[in-house]
Design a protein around this ligand. Structure first.
Ligand code: PMP
Length: 424
């Protein structure tokens, strides 16, 4: 049974007050809070085990190495990769995307070759490719979307040419919460022998991902968005691809043999892990994944779907409420949200998103405002920014009621005026 009160006790920050109001933390797409078990495991390792990994013959180093490599196995199991050699530890999604963009383009792309991304990408799946555009003239193509954020798969099929070398798309939009049809994209790309990278930053915290079922070639995610620590993330790569990619950075740990004339490299994953890894964070990440697994991703999905459907229906009762990525001409239920994650971007009348964010903040409610690192998507939506509420496994219906009351307050403050609040 999903005991939300007990779950919330694992996250002491949730009992904080902000401006004398109970904290309502709805900025989970930016980062999630950490359960005590993650913090305890990291503290325990610093207190009792701390030693650099891989190189030491001494007892502590071997124990730290066991924890670090054990964490790799936990990640492998969590995403159902075939082997731990396919699991590269990174600093986060951004580093994983940069690693593949840089190494893949170094090895496999030349001027005029194309990468296909989508209209809903986070900057971290646009800019790394653009750096390659500037460096060697590769071409960035964009899968278009409809007004609700649905990617146009037919158009995607037509965009593929003999110069298309890789496709890189997000699994879930961090702005719209839409779940992209990555399985179709992967199938179509593979018919042309084109590899696909999936940005799983917003999917891994919310539903089970399975590398063997998805069949993507690369997959990246961040620890801090899935209840783990900051500074650690994962790049999954099919072994055949990781073997072919050149190293991204050079240094200790990733070499087999070094002389002043020549260096030979370790096999993946170490080939891509130059320098001392954040082995304490990998322990924290493994604990976070165990925590999510113990709660059950299916239970998390149904809890978050309930929250999302409830919130959307309450929000749509406000006159002039626009929710991006939702067709609100039809009833919104948990079932119709099957392609929607726990992220809601909205705009109420002409109330500026910054005003909305600040008024909610004064009620103790943390949401995100602005462009959400997706400026091209903002342009497509015709806005400068949105307000975004995003939910996690520990949020409650009562918190959504407080959020709705906060929106109501903002609505009343701005009633009849386009820019001046009625009361402060
Ligand atoms: N991609 C998506 C879809 C994201 O939501 C984010 C974080 N907002 C990132 C990439 C970047 O993640 P990080 O900052 O942890 O590297």
């Amino acid at each position: 049974m999903y005991d939300i009160n007990k779950i919330r006790e694992d996250f002491p920050i949730l009992s904080r007050t902000i401006y004398d109001k109970p904290l309502v933390y709805f900025d989970n797409a930016a980062t999630t809070q950490k359960p005590l078990c993650v913090l305890d495991a990291m503290r325990d390792e610093y207190l009792n085990v701390n030693a650099n990994v891989h190189r030491g013959v001494h007892w502590l180093s071997q124990q730290a190495t066991e924890l670090h490599e054990g964490a790799r196995e936990t990640v492998r199991k969590f995403i159902n990769a075939k082997s731990t050699t396919e699991i590269v530890f990174t600093r986060g999604t951004t580093e994983g995307l940069n690693l593949v963009a840089s190494s893949f383009s170094d090895e496999f792309m030349k001027e005029g070759d194309e990468v296909i991304v989508s209209a809903v990408e986070h900057h971290s799946n646009i800019v790394p490719w653009q750096l390659q555009t500037h460096k060697k003239g590769i071409v960035l193509k964009v899968i278009p979307m409809d007004d609700f954020g649905k990617l146009d798969i037919d158009e995607f099929s037509k965009m593929i040419t003999s110069r298309t070398k890789i496709v890189s798309v997000s699994h879930v939009s961090n702005v719209l919460g839409t779940i992209n049809p990555v399985k179709d994209i992967i199938r179509i790309a593979h018919e042309h022998d084109i590899p696909v990278m999936v940005d799983g930053a917003q999917s891994t915290p919310h539903f089970a991902v399975d590398m063997q079922d998805l069949d993507c070639d690369f997959f990246v995610f961040s620890g801090h968005k899935i209840y783990g620590p900051t500074g650690v993330g994962v790049l999954y790569g099919k072994e055949a691809w990781l073997d072919k990619l050149p190293p991204y950075q050079g240094g200790g740990e990733m070499i087999e043999n070094v002389s002043f004339e020549k260096t030979t490299f370790e096999r993946p994953p170490l080939k891509f892990e130059a320098g001392t890894p954040d082995y304490i964070a990998t322990t924290g990440l493994a604990k976070a994944l165990d925590y999510v697994t113990d709660l059950g991703l299916d239970n998390i999905v149904s809890h978050e779907k309930k929250l999302t459907a409830y919130a959307i229906n309450k929000m749509l009762q406000f006159d002039g409420m626009k929710i991006f990525g939702i067709d609100d001409s039809k009833p919104v239920t948990e079932e119709t949200l099957c392609n929607h994650d726990a992220v809601i971007s909205f705009q109420l009348r002409d109330i500026h998103h910054m005003d909305m964010g600040m008024i909610l903040d004064r009620q103790g409610i943390a949401i995100r405002t602005g462009h959400h690192c997706a400026q091209p998507l903002m342009q497509r939506l015709g806005v400068l920014g949105t307000s975004r509420a995003s939910f996690a496994l520990y949020n409650t219906i009562e918190e959504i009621d407080a959020f709705i009351a906060g929106i109501d307050k903002a609505s009343n403050m701005f009633k009849g005026s386009s820019c001046t609040p009625k009361q402060l």
